[in-house]
Design a protein around this ligand. Structure first.
Ligand SMILES: Nc1ncnc2c1ncn2[C@@H]1O[C@H](COP(=O)(O)OP(=O)(O)OP(=O)(O)O)[C@@H](O)[C@H]1O
Length: 364
């Protein structure tokens, strides 16, 4: 991957009548990166992708691919193939004919077509089904055909719109590995739209989080997870305890914030300078809090809460709690860590964390 932009969205907006599906967007997509676009339903992810594919025209702004304006370039003239959830394979054609299709459209001669199709059938491990009708394949096999069909033209960029959402959980994980490996080996740019945090965070180099047609945050998965910019991002990711209040003291790399759940010391955010009296919202990720049935010593960040429920998440469990003023809290811990605690419904527990575990949202 390089820092060079392959695609630039320069002030791109999309309106459908009076409705703004995508607000003025500035986004650079780097050459060779795996970029995931996430956000709740209707936030404009697919519209963004469709503008890049040439299936929607921007209402405003400019889209550039490798430095060239492509706003008015018809779909078939841009090399931006797209893989959909529905895959949109040609149902009456064989695997080979499906994969060969775009090469035929481009007038590539027969022996070259054969060479390239064979290469991609082999590459995607579907050569043994070459002459089978695509209707007679499993979900995973059809995925591979769709990928081969898109990649056979050896494009610089591949657009994927929820390509795995129709697959069962097991196959999803397998196809994630196939996609990540493929992207890294080919070094081409993937732009991947998904609802799924686990897909985005496990595969992408950078993640874009959208809300109501706007980009809320762009960053690598670790950065977004550890340092969300806004309350929307923190809530969307769903793994944070969120506190809002006002600053009562500043100093020594920390700020003191008074909230309805108590007063806490939180590491200052270098991106956002705060002064006494300012409003501040901070988050503490559910895996960075400690739980105890004992009242902690004075002077550390602590909230008394009562247990609402326990949710098993494989190797860990998330304990849901209710804090002062009805605030919803959670803690994610390994089963070992929870073993000696009383976590019965309504049991009293203390949630504690170090100032460094707190993150002040710079965008609030
Ligand atoms: N052709 C259209 N005409 C009118 N409104 C549209 C059209 N296409 C999309 N929209 C609206 O624009 C908004 C963004 O749609 P888009 O499909 O980009 O969302 P999304 O984030 O991909 O959602 P989902 O995850 O549900 O697919 C939605 O409110 C949608 O109803």
């Amino acid at each position: 991957m390089t820092d060079q932009a392959l695609v630039v969205f320069d002030g791109v907006a999309k309106r459908f009548g009076a409705f703004v599906a995508v607000e003025k967007m500035n986004l650079d997509i780097r050459k060779g990166e795996f970029l995931a676009i996430m956000g709740s339903s209707g936030c404009g992810k697919t519209t963004t992708l469709r503008m890049l594919a040439g299936l929607e025209a921007p209402s405003e702004g400019e889209i550039r691919l490798a430095g060239k304006r492509i706003n008015d370039l018809p779909t078939w003239q841009r090399d931006t193939p797209m893989v959909w959830q529905s895959l949109a394979l040609f149902p009456f054609l064989t695997v080979r004919e499906n994969v060969e299709f775009s090469l035929r459209m481009r007038g590539i001669e027969k022996s070259e077509r054969r060479r390239r199709v064979d290469k991609w059938l082999e590459r995607m491990q579907i050569a043994e089904f070459a002459d089978r009708n695509v209707a007679h394949l499993s979900g995973g096999q059809r995925q591979r055909v769709a990928l081969a069909r898109s990649l056979v033209t050896e494009p610089e960029i591949l657009l994927l719109d929820e390509p795995l959402s129709a697959l069962d959980a097991h196959l999803k994980v397998r196809m994630q590995t196939v996609l990540s490996n493929l992207q890294r080996e080919l070094g081409i740019t993937f732009v991947y739209v998904t609802h799924s945090q686990s897909e985005a965070f496990s595969m992408a180099d950078r993640v874009v989080i959208m809300s109501r047609g706007r980009i809320e945050q762009i960053g690598d998965p670790q950065e977004i997870y550890r340092a969300p910019r806004t309350r929307f991002v923190a809530e969307f990711l769903g793994s944070s305890n969120i506190f809002g209040g006002s600053v009562t003291a500043v100093g020594n790399g920390a700020v003191r914030v008074a909230t309805p759940a108590g007063e806490f010391d939180i590491a200052a955010n270098p991106v956002k300078a705060l002064a006494k009296g300012d409003k501040a919202t901070f988050v503490v990720s559910d895996d960075r809090v400690q739980l105890s049935n004992e009242k902690p010593a004075e002077g550390i960040n602590a909230v008394r809460a009562s247990v609402v429920g326990e949710e098993f998440v494989g190797a860990t469990a998330v304990i849901h709690l209710e804090g002062p003023d009805g605030i919803e809290l959670k803690a994610q811990k390994s089963h070992d860590e929870l073993e000696h605690l009383n976590l019965a419904h309504k049991a009293d527990v203390w949630l504690t964390w170090r100032p460094e575990a707190g993150h002040i949202l710079p965008g609030e």
